[in-house]
Design a protein around this ligand. Sequence first.
Ligand code: SDX
Length: 397
Amino acid sequence: MLAEQKTIDQHLDPITIGLRPGLEGVPVTQSAICDIDGIKGELKYRGYPIADLAAQSSFLETTYLLIWGNLPSPQQLRDFEREVQMHRRVSFRVRDMMKCFPASGHPMDALQSCAASLGLFYSRRAIDNPQYVYDAVVRLIAKIPTMVAAFQLIRKGQDPIQPRDDLAYSANFLYMLTEREPDPLSARIFDRCLILHAEHSLNASTFSARVTASTLTDPYAVVASAVGTLAGPLHGGANEDVIKMLEDIRLPENSSSYLDKAIAHKQKIMGFGHREYKVKDPRASILQGLAEELFARFGKDEMYDVARALEKEASNRLGAKGIYPNVDFYSGLVYRKLGIPRDLFTPVFAISRVAGWLAHWREQLGANRIFRPSQIYTGVKTRKWKPAEERSTPENS
Ligand code: SDX
């Protein structure tokens, strides 16, 4: 009994296990959703290569695949599309709440608040009821784009426009955002962007989603916590910073000196590097192709030449360390050409990633154990409390 106890204690001893900052290389769950080969630069959702899905599938079909595990039959897809379409509208109460937000606030903060607010409208703690799970999936997939578009109009002092039932998912979002019906090429390219961003294994926001899910809270809290995590510049927020960086560099011939300075100052190059990939992110290559398709039809963005020059120079300097463009490097150029404002790039990422978060929510609930890692304590062991008048200043000197 005593020997067995010792083994358990050693097994759980954080010092024996060792510190892994950022949990690099530490498996914390099993998952059947997404498979990444970071050396070959391959990505698959439920076994399907990302390039095939981006070329052939639709965002809602891919969402169905991610969340329910298999591609839908034609009837299942029609039903799912119809149900999502029926739930696109958001309550006037949520729209009124957005009207109270400061117009200067970041749209990711608005989205996080709105996603969390859905939990006020739909009953909590029914997560073991399959109908509740299905309805929550439909509502979140349907309403997140409406919220993003509504905040864009509200902060300009306008009333949000209602979704249009005759438009498919992506076309409707662009319509609600820009107040113009998009041409078919733009709508299709946007839909392909959503497919590319829908899932990426245990990235920071998905890990957040799973940690939140593991407490058995409601799916709206799960998505809200993930939105908050995605917003940071080391994660989804990098797509916004890439465009700022390209505009600072201004001309292709400035990219070499920009990199020299950034590397000398140990500054991160936005849109480069990835914990999983040691080669160019396959999504970056596809997004670059989508940007080129848009430029061929609607004219080139001058920042594209800067991006290409930067990629070439950065590969020379950082390629040996396995640092290449990630998903955030070319996406902003696509979004900009579609007329999406820069501070909506990350909310657009969230519209898509909600599919992955919900797939992980379901998977987590299927074999749940609350996440509760340990730590290695480095603080003072024990101190004796003293009344204020007996304390020296500073107290810990
Ligand atoms: C996303 O995880 C996912 O899957 C995320 C994502 C998804 O789909 O969900 O793919 C989306 O978040 C893409 C990443 C967006 N972020 C950026 O583009 C910000 C810039 N990139 C990084 O800060 C960084 O590369 C991370 C955050 C993406 C990864 O961080 P790691 O794995 O913790 O790597 P690190 O910061 O510890 O760097 C390791 C080494 C360091 O050099 P050394 O000190 O060992 O010599 O690589 C260098 C770093 O300095 N390095 C970079 C760099 N990224 C890493 N050097 C210059 N520029 C960079 N961008």
